[in-house]
Ligand binder design. Structure first.
Ligand SMILES: [Zn+2]
Length: 294
């Protein structure tokens, strides 16, 4: 009798411990994805035909061309309006946006794509894994079950955009003279996509890299994640980057560079930051080695 009671107590403690871990994980995830970082930010030209049209932290980029424009990332559903206002403020028409791209399908970067797609009629391109998640309104098979349940009951997630095309690692997406090369750099999510493209600025051609998030969330895990992160960091180290950005603007110093740009003799120069890019990758690698999670 005593043994049975003790066993029951142990089972109860075990269940409570698992529940606590799960709740902490969900809480952290919700915190990481809270509708923050989307205060209004002044849109600006980074270099040539490459512009910032995102919020204070939740990033979005516009690449313009004579045959149509590209928008990379949509913020939260509630950020899309701000992105569209920024595009208009720069003198461009949302209806000329022909292609939508995404870094990764979490609600802070994939959530606004539906609104942008409805306003522009643009075609959305995504990696296989991102396409599945985008089409499911952000639900990801690699998410832990309690989190996925929140997607299923509609507590988190977003109205799914229409994914028109799937690309493979190394494919180039073109709109007229614009050519962006997709690098599937998994780790944060399986289909996390980094982008590289040249930007013509006056007499020079600058190499731009938009690096996908390299951190991991405790709530989004999959068996090949460690190997993916190793590979992703290696791939990103191999890309020449004069200008680098990420889906969270604070990581690449949006505001600092924007302010420096206004005071610079050549407004593009403060955005040329290969050292910052290397430091970002070094920090990601240190985080990988330490096993730190977000
Ligand atoms: Zn994310």
């Amino acid at each position: 009798m005593l043994l049975l009671t003790r066993r029951r107590v142990l089972i109860l403690i075990g269940v409570l411990a698992v529940l606590a871990v799960v709740l902490v994980g969900v809480g952290r995830w919700l915190n990481a994805n809270k509708v923050g970082g989307q205060g209004p930010a002044e849109p600006f030209r980074i270099a040539g035909n490459f512009y910032y049209v995102g919020a204070t932290d939740v990033a979005a980029f516009l690449i313009t061309g004579p045959e149509g424009h590209v928008v990379l990332d949509g913020g939260y559903p509630t950020t899309a309006r701000l992105i569209m206002a920024s595009i208009a403020k720069l003198g461009f028409d949302i209806k000329d946006v022909k292609v939508l791209l995404n870094s990764e399908p979490h609600p802070d970067h994939g959530g606004g794509l539906t609104v942008l797609q409805q306003a522009s009629g643009a075609q959305l391109w995504a990696s296989d894994a991102s396409a599945d998640s985008l089409a499911a309104g952000g639900d990801d098979p690699d998410g832990i079950l309690p989190l996925r349940a929140l997607f299923w009951i509609g507590v988190v997630g977003y109205p799914p955009p229409r994914v028109d095309h799937r690309f493979k690692d190394g494919d180039t997406i073109r709109v007229g003279p614009i050519a962006l090369t997709a690098h599937v750099t998994g780790g944060h999510t399986r289909g996390c996509t980094s982008w590289s493209f040249p930007v013509r600025d006056g007499e020079r051609t600058l190499n731009v890299v938009s690096a996908c998030d390299l951190g991991v969330l405790a709530t989004s895990r999959y068996p090949e994640q460690g190997a993916d992160r190793e590979r992703s960091i290696r791939v990103l180290r191999g890309l020449p980057a004069d200008i680098w950005v990420t889906c969270h603007a604070r990581w690449w110093g949006r505001y600092r560079k924007f302010v420096a740009s206004a005071a610079a003799k050549n407004p593009v120069d403060p955005f040329i930051d290969p050292e910052g890019y290397r430091a970002f990758l070094d920090a990601a690698e240190a985080e990988l080695r330490s096993g730190h999670m977000h």
